[in-house]
Write a new protein. Structure first.
Length: 328
């Protein structure tokens, strides 16, 4: 196995002198406002250490590029534009096009232009903010993925001057995609990267078995079932991730682009799909659509599988979603 973090001659010397049996190397750091965990299976410790640094560095790079909170990011450059036509970073351009595809197939359930509405809430602070209908309707005037058109050479045409983007529904998945690709290029083929419940896996564990994941119970401790997966992404969107209660009602951060209010039909959605960025976006879209329309979306996308927990606790899953239900 070739690892491209060191010159080849150094790799050969290290491997020849290594007497310890490779095992799972595990490291966790706080990046992109979430805990990012990296597990590398069957890789010598020294090389694994360099591997996890590559993952964390890539997450930090994507965060600097895609965060609306960083004034020098590509997203901030878009949001602070002065012209209707602008040339953007190629990565941002390509990610926006991928988001646009999910928006179109989901009928607008996923929409990265929801930033004017998102900023009306206050999910990350102690003070609870619930915007009124008038403020929401005003903000929704500036929302709409259709208002961005894509030209050649990374050029965008934006029809609405006050349109702003937030990539919170796809950026973590994109970081997973990029990090996984870098590990594969380095010759590391057995790993798991978990970014706050958004997970990408490749290969197997050291014992030769698939990676074992739990599907969280959105209304209690523990899990509702287990997944055994390899070479795919598993992403969950849930109303328990960022939320607060007000007058007995749960207000969570997954907002419906049509109403500006928290989507009311699901507790959580777990999807399995090869592309982590698309999986991230599809999980959000399905959550917003709800069990019935969400499952129609799943069935329309080749290779997409999902398990949906409705607001009443009912579980619906696609035919290809194989999991081991937890006995209670």
């Amino acid at each position: 196995m070739k690892y491209n973090f060191f010159p080849p001659i150094i790799i050969l010397i290290f491997l020849a002198s290594c007497t310890m049996k490779p095992k799972v190397y595990d490291d966790t750091r706080l990046i992109m406002d979430t805990l990012v965990e990296v597990k590398l299976s069957g890789v010598p410790k020294k090389i694994a250490g360099r591997g996890v640094e590559v993952v964390f560095n890539e997450f930090n790079r994507v965060d600097r590029l895609m965060s609306r909170f960083k004034p020098r990011s590509a997203v901030s450059g878009f949001n602070n534009r002065f012209e209707a036509t602008l040339k953007v970073d190629p990565e941002l351009y390509n990610l926006l096009k991928q988001a646009d595809e999910v928006s179109r197939v989901s009928g607008g359930a996923f929409d990265v232009t929801l930033e004017p509405v998102i900023t009306l809430y206050n999910f990350d602070e102690t003070k609870k903010v619930i915007p009124g209908r008038r403020k929401l309707d005003e903000a929704l005037k500036y929302v709409g993925y259709q208002k961005i058109r894509y030209g050649a050479d990374n050029t965008l045409f934006v029809a609405e001057p006050k349109l702003r983007i937030d990539l919170g529904g796809i950026a973590k998945g994109y970081a997973l995609k990029r990090a996984a690709r870098l590990l594969e290029r380095a010759g590391i083929g057995n790993f798991l990267i978990n970014a706050g419940g958004d997970i990408v896996v490749r290969g197997l564990k050291t014992d030769g078995s698939p990676w074992l994941l739990g599907i969280r119970n959105p209304r209690g401790l523990g899990i509702i079932g287990k997944l055994r997966v390899t070479d795919t992404a598993v992403v969950t969107s849930g109303d328990y991730e960022r939320f607060f209660f007000y007058q007995g009602r749960r207000y969570h951060h997954i907002l419906d682009p049509k109403t500006g209010r928290p989507a009311p039909l699901c507790r959580s959605v777990t999807v399995i799909y090869p592309d982590p960025a698309a999986a991230d976006a599809y999980a959000t879209a399905i959550f917003i659509l709800g069990p019935e329309e969400g499952m129609k979306l799943v069935q329309s996308v080749k290779g997409l599988e999902a398990l949906i927990i409705a607001q009443d606790g009912t579980i619906t899953k696609s035919k290809g979603f194989k999991y081991e239900a937890q006995q209670t």
